[in-house]
Ligand binder design. Structure first.
Ligand SMILES: Cc1cc2nc3c(=O)[nH]c(=O)nc-3n(C[C@H](O)[C@H](O)[C@H](O)COP(=O)(O)OP(=O)(O)OC[C@H]3O[C@@H](n4cnc5c(N)ncnc54)[C@H](O)[C@@H]3O)c2cc1C
Length: 465
């Protein structure tokens, strides 16, 4: 009997889609080319990087905060193999969780490379054998791969991508990072905390392109205070591997001044590109855009009837929760329901210290669109819980429509910002005004009171400032 749905790829887009489809009564199969389920996110992305961020943050806290708190533990030391084991166990628990959920939802899982053979047919190639599966619908959830720099070969040993940077055998003395995006800054923070000197080279004249520029300016100053060096408006044009130390040629982005920066490890983190290799898109006639992304309509349908696509392989922010929500939406659409994702309310988090989290529009975007807005800002230096924790860096900024007071964007830099942004996302999903947040009772003493105070500040009536 043919499947109702075959999902190709078991990352957060694919596995969530498969589970939702099974919940809706469909007979579902998933095809995954890697040994474990969970895709980039669980295996080499969100989960291992957050494990390393967590352990390295606690290590740094044990040095910087414990003495102030009256906790004596002697000189803490990094045991890198044990730290890696801790990370790997976390990954293992997560990927096994996906396998369990497949069994629980009676989803058939096939290990092998999935290829679109014809309408309603998926070939699975594994160990030299090919099996053809029949299905009514196909969802492509093949995700993304590391973007490469021309002329700089990633060997995953000395010149690494994020994947190699998560398994380094020792702490590099000097780490050169190409690209000041989320992944570069997160992994840069990990290795700096563990003892590396970190230099970040970024082509643009700012870090974290796309995020609110006021937040990013202050964040850059904090990272510099922590010891990370930035070379903005610069590009790495070559890396010489012939010596024990790598020698990177760094030029001004516009051309001109050239210098050499030495490093033990170079991390190339200039972004990610959609992954469709071996999928047979061309043979199946599925169209891609000029950036290699599968083209879909508002219902995630490609130009070929019965074939859909979601997650990193289509346009939009390359985020696990965006892929997951698209997975749910497309399963519901295939089942005849009205699946939908609100792209105006997709949170974005940088898990450094402090964390940065945002949802909705940045001030830069509102200015560019000519939308009149009011700003409410509240610093963590005035929040009781942040003060008592000695974690007062950062602020909450709420942007509200000048006429209607509707919340248009929320930007938080501070400890636990990634958890706090959920409140803003819920408020925005319900079309809240800043007044609604300001009049919602927030528990004391919590960092979230800074969100309430920022909402009060939109109408210039913050209490604690
Ligand atoms: C270091 C790092 C940190 C990150 N941190 C975060 C974070 O904190 N938060 C966040 O939201 N996002 C984060 N991301 C991004 C996140 O991992 C991706 O947005 C997310 O994994 C995309 O999900 P997906 O399901 O579209 O694709 P993927 O997770 O890439 O999964 C695609 C799957 O498809 C499989 N596949 C591909 N082709 C085939 C084929 N032909 N046949 C069978 N299987 C195939 C692949 O093996 C893979 O398992 C991070 C990424 C990296 C690299």
């Amino acid at each position: 009997m043919p499947y109702d749905l075959i999902v190709i790829g078991s990352g957060p887009g694919g596995y969530v889609c498969a589970i939702r489809a099974a919940q809706l009564g469909m007979k579902v199969a998933v095809v995954e080319k890697d040994k474990t389920f969970g895709g980039t996110c669980l295996n080499v992305g969100c989960i291992p990087s957050k494990a390393m961020l967590h352990t390295s943050e606690l290590y740094e806290e044990s040095i910087q905060l414990f003495p102030k708190m009256g906790i004596k533990i002697g000189k803490p030391e990094v045991d890198l193999p044990a730290m890696m084991k801790f990370k790997d166990e976390g990954v293992d628990g997560n990927v096994k969780g996906v396998a369990f959920l497949f069994r629980k939802n009676k989803i058939d899982a096939f290990q092998g490379i999935g290829r679109l053979a014809a309408a309603g047919k998926v070939e699975v190639k594994a160990d030299g054998k090919t099996e053809t599966l029949e299905t009514k619908a196909i969802v492509i959830a093949t995700g993304s791969d590391v973007a490469r720099l021309r002329g700089i070969d990633i060997d995953e040993k000395r010149i690494v991508s994020s994947t190699g940077a998560l398994v380094l055998g020792e702490v590099p003395q000097r780490l050169l990072i190409v690209g000041a995006g989320v992944i570069g800054l997160e992994l840069g923070s990990v290795w700096r905390r563990l003892g590396a000197q970190v230099v970040v080279v970024e082509f643009l004249d700012r870090i974290l392109p796309g995020m609110d520029s006021e937040v990013c300016r202050q964040f850059q100053r904090l990272l510099e205070k922590q010891g990370i060096t930035f070379k903005l408006a610069s590009k790495v044009t070559a890396v010489d591997k012939s010596n024990a130390r790598l020698k990177a040629t760094v030029e001004a982005a516009a051309g001109g001044a050239v210098e050499t920066i030495e490093a033990d490890i170079v991390l190339v983190s200039i972004g990610r590109v959609p992954f469709t290799e071996g999928l047979g898109l061309e043979d199946a006639g599925v169209k891609k855009d000029n950036r290699g992304r599968v083209i879909v309509d508002a219902h995630y349908a490609t130009n070929v009837p019965g074939i859909y696509a979601i997650g990193d392989v289509i346009a939009g922010p390359m985020l696990a929760h965006k892929a997951e929500d698209e997975g749910v939406a497309v399963a519901e659409i295939i089942a005849g329901q009205a699946g939908h994702v609100n792209y105006d309310v997709i949170p974005n988090v940088v898990y450094t210290f402090p964390e940065i989290a945002s949802v909705g529009k940045s001030e830069d975007e509102l200015k560019e669109a000519g939308i009149a807005y009011n700003v409410g800002k509240f610093p963590f230096t005035a929040n009781g819980r942040a003060k008592v924790n000695h974690q007062t860096e950062g602020f909450v900024k709420i942007l509200a429509d000048a006429k209607t007071d509707r919340v248009l964007g929320v930007h938080i830099m501070g400890a636990d910002a990634g958890n706090m942004i959920a409140e803003a996302a819920v408020a925005m999903e319900f079309g809240a005004a800043s007044e609604d947040i300001a009049r919602t009772c927030h528990a004391h003493p919590t960092l979230t009171e800074a969100v309430k105070e920022a909402a009060l500040a939109v109408n210039k009536r913050a209490i604690s400032m």
